[in-house]
Design a binder for this molecule. Structure first.
Ligand code: NDP
Length: 467
């Protein structure tokens, strides 16, 4: 162990990135401690990806019952018990959190179930026990938290919930309003609409999922409306008041003059790094203007013995990214194998219904970056919907760099898009070209076969003359 320190490595935060780093470092023989103030597993396991995906599954059944009729099934009276579902979901979250704890124990990591705060660059104070511990290296892996405007900016904001509380609703709302147009707002609008809740989404822009390819945005935006979500754009919440009514206790006034009444209002307007009160200034760790911890490619902060991984760094806020960053840190510092994680071409999914799978750059970004690009895209009703009666369409798009025909972006909206994009991510990562796709034989009949059978270049109206 390092001379004079209690630990070789101390990790603050028991989420995906922190746990991976702590476990690997401990398995190398280092003395490792980890503090977690809430529950082991972090955002992903406790109040993010995992319970959210269960909610998506729960919600999707409603559609499936309806579609089954087109295949000859007679579906009788159906009912849904949200309390029963939430209990089952919570039990699974408990199980997973337990596995995280056990794995850390088994690797020899000493766990502290309390909050840790910096005293100086090598010293941390544990909030409950008041104990002070020292470490040669410290890893900040405290993640992020939902952001909400304060009461001055949005009177009545205290009546709203965030993605932290949405998993604890034991009764289904009747009338729900969601603010935002990012991953979280879109996913939960579909979840609740699918479960039969009268759902309204209020977004300040024109079309949801800013930053995604425009065809994805259009398809998802229209898909929300088709799923029964009332989508109100180019406005934001002005104030929220208590109506005193039992069924719709809250009234949201929008800046465009519209008022909406609901029993649950959810803010999904972004997340911020969880650095409040962490004492970064005492350790000399610089923060950016949003409270995130800037790091170099090895995840090192401006302080030589302190690193940060995951959402707290505000690089790419995704679980698998935090895990890779934590892994690269452990390899570099404890296995004498200096490694960085490549943040390019990360495949990702938005669990709208149907879902989005995307990897690489959007068409707009590709044109800006590479100049000439070829676009292949298709929109079609998948075979299954011919009998189910669903009008849902699939959208698939390949963005190809014109000079060397390398595929630099793939964007899909449709069933199993997340599953497809995981495999397609490999193709983009290894630099597959459009001719590579063309010589790949189709799997028939499948939705994915369209990815290797698109032959016609799509030429946008404005570009026809130039082409
Ligand atoms: P995002 O940053 O994706 O979206 C925030 C949304 O809120 C945007 O639509 C933004 O509008 C809007 N917004 C921001 N500030 C305001 C404001 N003051 N008033 C009104 N609207 C506002 O955040 P999310 O919370 O949805 O998700 C955070 C991150 O978590 C994601 O970026 C993603 O990395 C991760 N995540 C990943 C998931 C997955 O992998 N499936 C699922 C959920 C989260 P505008 O577009 O105009 O900026």
């Amino acid at each position: 162990m390092s001379d004079g320190y209690d630990f070789d490595l101390f990790v603050i935060g028991g989420g995906s990135g922190g746990v991976r780093a702590a476990r690997l470092a401990a398995l190398s023989g280092a003395k490792v401690g980890l503090a977690e103030e809430y529950r082991m597993g972090g955002t992903c396991v406790i109040r993010g990806c995992v319970p959210k995906k269960f909610m998506v599954y729960a919600s999707d059944y409603a559609k499936k019952f309806k579609e089954a009729e087109g295949y000859g099934w007679s579906v009788g009276d159906i009912s849904y018990d949200h309390g029963k579902f939430v209990a089952a979901m919570s039990a699974e979250v408990d199980r997973l959190s337990g596995i995280y704890t056990r794995n850390l124990h088994n690797a020899g990591v000493e766990l502290f179930e309390e909050r840790a705060e910096f005293v100086d660059r090598h010293t941390l104070k544990l909030a409950n026990s008041g104990k002070t511990i020292t470490a040669e290296k410290i890893l900040i892996a405290v993640g992020g938290r939902p952001w909400k405007p304060d009461e001055d900016e949005l009177p009545g904001v205290e009546y709203t919930i965030s993605s932290n509380e949405v998993f604890h609703l034991t009764e289904l709302p009747k009338h729900m309003i969601i603010a935002g147009g990012g991953y979280i707002a879109v996913e939960f609008a579909h979840v609740f609409a699918g479960l039969g809740v009268e759902t309204c989404l209020v977004y300040r822009g024109e079309s949801v999922l800013r930053g995604f390819d425009d065809d994805v945005r259009t398809q998802v935006h229209e898909g929300l409306k088709e799923a029964g979500v009332r989508v109100i754009t180019q406005t934001v919440f002005d104030k929220i008041e208590d109506t005193g009514d039992n069924e719709r206790p809250y009234r949201v006034s929008l800046t465009n003059g519209v008022t909406l009444d609901a029993d649950v209002i959810m803010m999904a307007v972004g997340r911020r790094a969880n650095t409040d009160g962490l004492g970064c200034d005492a350790a000399g760790v610089e923060l950016d203007d949003k409270g995130a911890v800037p790091v170099d490619e090895y995840s090192k902060t401006n302080v030589d013995n302190i690193w940060a991984v995951g959402d707290v760094t505000d690089r790419v806020a995704l679980t698998p990214v935090a895990i890779r960053e934590g892994h690269a840190f452990a390899d570099t510092e404890f296995y004498d194998n200096p490694r960085t994680f490549d943040h390019d071409d990360i495949a990702t999914a938005v669990f709208s219904q149907p879902e989005v799978g995307t990897v690489g750059v959007s068409e707009t970004e590709a044109r800006r970056k590479y100049g000439r690009v070829d676009i292949y895209k298709t929109r079609f009703r998948p075979m299954k919907n011919m009998l189910s009666g669903s009008t849902e369409r699939v959208m698939m798009k390949l963005v190809v760099k014109a000079d060397d025909e390398r595929i630099v972006g793939i964007h899909i909206v449709g069933p199993d898009a997340a599953e497809m994009i995981q495999a397609l991510g490999i193709a983009v990562k290894i630099g597959a070209t459009k001719p590579d796709f063309d010589r790949t034989c189709a799997v028939h009949p499948s939705i994915a076969e369209e990815l290797v059978t698109m032959r016609e270049k799509f030429i946008p109206d404005g570009l026809q003359a130039a082409e």
